[in-house]
Design a protein around this ligand. Structure first.
Ligand code: GDP
Length: 443
């Protein structure tokens, strides 16, 4: 996928401007694609702006080594920056010297807090630890039952005091039990609200004071997309988070929230939730998320769209040129590139009905001939490319082109004659209307 992306960006960088290095000019075209792709991947606008600016600085300064094209270099810079912004490598849970260590779950209602608490419980249990889960969500009616059910399912004990106690008291009592009964980790499930809310924040602060957590994990539903930035900012300012769990990545959310969370709080995403089942928890890997953000198809389709627009504009211009018989050698090269982008000439010809019997030898000689013509055109000056008459008029020019492209003057003369013939043909055909094909050339 990485290779494919590189190829697309190569087109975005090189194809759109025909330049050969990352420069102030062409980097902005490619960055526009990145910007759009990130927005479509649900990264919040302020984060996108900052990110694009940083990539721009790095890309322009980046040295393009031989053998690596600017497109590859560019996508490498973008990918690397994404990975870096998301923390570089996976961040494990804090190494605590306390027993029990304490993990506080925070987040909005419905984010997947209770589920994530149980997932973490199972994760720790699988590591040979003895966790205790505390049901301190007294706000959502079914939360305590839900944690109890999940606890039974994973065989992890759940502590609760019902709905009438204060959450901070429940948490403190849970901690006491864990200390007395030799639990390794305390996981405190707390109450969310439907949106950011003063009361929820105050409650979180009180619970935090009661249990002095090693980790405050903000559970974020990845589907909330751009809102992740504001949410994280609010929790981090009021409560102070040490990390996040990004849930529901099994759906079609694009993972852009990951970028926002890290950028806004400076804290790592530690786990991702990839399903409703208690087993569906994975350590977060920035590398993989960068791939997901870049590879969700948006970048590809956007670049493809930009490409198409250019091609349509090109085609319209070509049609005018056919009609006016001003089609020249540089146009010819452009047409060749369009054809090449669609695949090999051979593959293309074989798709035409009735042409599938064309043998490979014939195709090969056709492609070789095109390569020879391209080499000749490459040896022409700009003036000669746009005014083939110059070549017709001056044998010394034809000789120079032959020498430069490794052909004989006779071969160049033949190509030139064919080209003039084709132009004449175009003029005839277009005076009868319609767009002629490239048929007849080269013979
Ligand atoms: P809470 O209000 O934050 O405690 O949220 P819950 O833990 O009750 O989760 C809300 C809903 O999201 C439930 O239906 C969960 O099954 C579901 N859920 C939680 N995590 C995930 C996940 O990673 N993927 C999917 N598909 N659903 C999830």
């Amino acid at each position: 996928m990485f290779d494919e992306l590189s190829a697309r960006f190569e087109d975005a960088v090189k194809g759109l401007r025909g330049e050969n290095k990352i420069s102030e000019d062409n980097v902005d075209i490619a960055l526009k694609q990145v910007r759009r792709a990130l927005l479509e991947a649900d990264v919040s606008l302020s984060v996108v702006k900052q990110f694009v600016q940083e990539v721009r600085d790095k890309a322009i300064g980046a040295e393009v080594v031989r053998g690596v094209n600017p497109g590859q270099k560019f996508i490498e810079v973008v990918h690397q920056e994404l990975v870096e912004v998301m923390g570089g490598a996976n961040s494990p849970l804090a190494d605590s010297t306390k027993k029990p260590s304490v993990i506080l779950m925070a987040g909005l209602q419905g984010a997947g807090k209770t589920t994530a608490a149980a997932k973490l419980g199972l994760y720790l249990k699988d590591k040979g630890l003895k966790p205790l889960m505390v049901a301190a969500d007294v706000y959502r009616p079914a939360a305590i039952d839900q944690l109890n059910t999940l606890g039974k399912q994973i065989n992890v004990e759940v502590f609760s005091l019902g709905k009438e106690s204060k959450p901070e008291d429940i948490a403190a009592s849970g901690l006491k039990k864990a200390q007395e009964e030799d639990f390794d980790t305390l996981i405190v499930d707390t109450a969310g609200r439907l949106q950011i809310d003063e009361e929820m924040m105050n409650e979180m602060v009180r619970i935090r004071s009661a249990v002095d957590p090693d980790e405050v994990l903000l559970v974020v539903d990845s589907m909330i997309g751009q809102e992740a930035a504001d949410l994280t900012r609010a929790f981090h300012e009021k409560v102070g988070i040490t990390g996040a769990v990004l849930t529901k990545l099994d759906g079609d959310s694009r993972g852009g929230a990951a970028l926002s969370i890290r950028k806004v709080s400076g804290q790592p995403i530690k786990f991702i939730g990839t399903g409703e089942k208690v087993e569906a928890l994975q350590p977060f890997h920035p590398e993989r998320m960068a791939g997901r953000i870049l590879g969700m198809g948006d970048v590809l389709t956007l670049v493809e769209k930009a490409q198409k627009e250019v091609e349509i504009a090109d085609a319209e211009q070509m049609q005018r040129k056919f009609q006016e018989a001003t089609f020249d050698f540089s146009d010819f090269v452009k047409q060749m590139r369009l054809i090449k982008r669609m695949g090999s000439l051979g593959g293309l010809m074989k798709m035409i009905p009735g042409m599938n019997k064309i043998d490979d030898g014939m195709l090969k000689s056709g492609e070789d001939q095109l390569k020879r013509i391209e080499a000749m055109i490459g040896s022409m000056t700009n003036a000669e490319q746009t005014q083939p008459e110059l070549l017709a008029a001056q044998p010394s020019r034809r000789k120079r082109v032959a020498f430069g492209s490794g052909h004989t003057p006779v071969e160049v003369d033949k190509v030139l004659a064919d080209f003039q013939k084709m132009r004449g043909l175009m003029k005839q055909m277009s005076s009868g209307g319609g767009l002629p094909g490239m048929g007849g050339f080269p013979g």
